[in-house]
Structure formats: C-alpha cells, structure tokens
Design a protein around this ligand. Sequence first.
Ligand code: ADP
Length: 405
Amino acid sequence: MTATRVLVLNSGSSSVKYQLLDMRDSSRLAVGLVERIGEETSRLKHTPLTGGGATSREREEPIADHEAALKAVAEELATDGLGLDSPELAAIGHRVVHGGLKFTEPTVITDEVLAEIQRLVPVAPLHNPANITGIRTAQVLRPDLPQVAVFDTAFHTTMPESAARYAMDVKTADEHRVRRYGFHGTSHAYVSREMAKLLDKAPEDVNVIVLHLGNGASASAVRGGQCVDTSMGLTPLEGLVMGTRSGDMDPAVIFHLARVGGMSIDEIDVLLNKKSGLIGLCGDNDMREIRRRIDEGDKEAALAFDIYVHRLKKYIGAYYAVLGRVDAIAFTAGVGENAAPVREAAVAGLEELGLAVDGELNSVRSDEARLISPEYARVAVAVVPTDEELEIATQTFALVRDRNA
Ligand code: ADP
C-alpha cells in the first residue's frame, strides 16, 4: 500500500489542531493549530517537520469558519509538498469527544455514523457539534478519502454497569442517557499500553492506574488492558480537581446556588466548568504559576495545591480498591509529565500500599517514559508521556489498512 500518511484533526468550537503523520515509522511531517476561528484575530501556526530544523510559519488574518480554516491548513501543507490531494494520504482521523455507548471502537464515518454523532449532541453540547463541523469540512475537501472517527469515550465502554451507572431512577437515567461515559479515553488507552511496555509485560498482564493530569484531568483503573472505572462521568465535569472544573461535589450545591444564590442553570454551568478548580481556588490554573506562588509563601496557592492533591490521593486509593492488585501508576499530560511536586505529594504516605517515589528519579526531566519509584517499591510509579494524535493516527491507519488488505 503506497498511501501511508494520516491527517489527524482535533476540531474545537473555535480551533482546529492538526498533525500529519507518516505511519511507516509514525513520524510527524507537520503539526499546527488554527485558533480564534470566526474572529477578526484568527491565527494559524504551521510547523513543517520534514526539512530537519522546525521553522514555524504564522498567519494572522480573519478565518471565518472551519471550512476556511481547513482550506488554509491545506494551503500550508501544499507549500511543503504535503498537500491533501496527495495519493500518499491514506485517511483523515478525527477526534470525536462523545461516542455514547454505540461506538466502542474507531469507526469509518458514513452518513449513519455522522447521524449518530449528531444524536449525541445533547450529552456533549460543547464538543460534538465542533467535531461534526470538522468532519463535514474534511469530507468536502477529500470526498474520496476514508474519514475515521476516534472517540474519547470508546476505551471506557468496557466499564461494568456497577461503575458506569449512577445510583438514580433507572427509567429517568435511560430516557436521557444519563450514565458515566468517561473521556480522555485515547490517552488512557495509549498510556496504559505504554506503561505495560515500560514494564516489559503484555497489557493483559498488568493492572494500571492512569492519572491524566492536564488542564482537564481524569483518572482511570485499567485491569489487563481494559478500563474498569474512570473519574469523568456524563460530562468531563466529574472527578478530579482540574484547571477550571470543580470535579466531584455534592450535586445539591447546584440546587442551593439556584434556590438560595439566585443563579441560573447556565451561570452555574459556567461557574463549575470554567471558574472553579484551581482557577476558582486561587486565580491561577497553570501549575507552574501555582508552584511559583507557593515558593513565595502564597497561602491561597498552597491551599489550592493541597485540595488538588487530596482529591488525587482519594482516587488512587479508590482505584487501588477497585483493582485489588495494582502493578503500576502512570502520570501523564501537562501536569502529570512535568510537575514533580504533584507526583511526590500524590503518593506521599502511601508506603503501606507499596507506593513510593524516588526523589532523584522524580526530578529528572525527559520526554521519555520512565520509572520514578525506588527499586524496592512493590508498585511501579512512572511518568508516561501521552500522545493522543499518534494514537488516533495509529487506530485510523489500522482500520483503513485492514479495509484495503
Ligand atoms: P490540555 O491538553 O488539557 O489543555 P495539557 O495536558 O497540555 O492540557 O496540560 C496543560 C497544563 O499542564 C497547564 O495548564 C499547566 O498547569 C501544566 N504544565 C505544563 N507544563 C508544566 C510544567 N513545566 N510544570 C508544571 N505544570 C505544567
């Protein structure tokens, strides 16, 4: 098969992130980002990676919509001889946030598939519409090419009902498709497999707790390669303390804010999704800034850090209990990969559970997957950089290659 390139598209409401990969060696040919689509100050940043040194090009001009954005991306790629009309392009892989219960695997997009993604908009009102726009636009650009949807929820569809159901009236829950779906699945799948590789074991033979700590954050319990629990639920609001989201709280807080605080449902939605978590607690959502403030003796930042770590520790304990036997804990994403103090604090005092972090190993900075636990520790603790784009490209290519075989 000569077509070995995959374009990965991650379409948000006003942005498109993209990567072009060559699946012969999983190398990146180009990466880029279009931001502020629909505004006067749109920006495209494109970085070709084929010619040795990476030199980015930037365009600042109004980009009206996703179609204009993808056309601009196609132009930039063509400038580097990587145009979307190339016969080497095998497929376009789309990140789709919500696949509900139906999509348990990456799926070649047909009209029916698109209609089902559309049907899920009520449970993913912020994300699925943007993903659909990205897919439709890419279809216009290359109607002949397979387009593949890779779902954030798919990895979590193996969760047992005991973990996936909320304890509420079953009829009401089913009528409105209220249950725990989980997100960041592409990352949890990739990182749990890479963790097994680091231990030189097959994924079937290891139980892993994955802690994906980015601006959004989630934990998952993975038994023998299959997800058995995860911290995000119907939406990404549940679970850990995040950059701007509250994570777990008594749902009655919402009634209280509405009845006593006089807030509207939309205002509470914005409060809990955009103005809570670390930013709500201390005014900053960037862990670097929070650590800097703590070093200067800032009490508000220190409390925000403690609340963040306390929740993280509770999930480690909970998933330890869910799994029964834990072989490894993997820290990943922006905070998990870079913030050594978070990793250290999250497992501090858990020696009885076989958990420890070696101070020296923990302070090493590297892009590679690496163990940070001391040799004597019963459970391996590791930093495992995530790579969602590579995972989407790998899954997309596997699907179209099989179809063409
Ligand atoms: P997302 O994909 O959810 O937007 P990322 O996984 O890129 O997020 O993580 C972004 C977050 O990672 C930042 O908000 C910041 O808190 C944290 N982060 C990034 N670099 C560092 C660093 N060097 N030290 C500590 N935290 C960092």
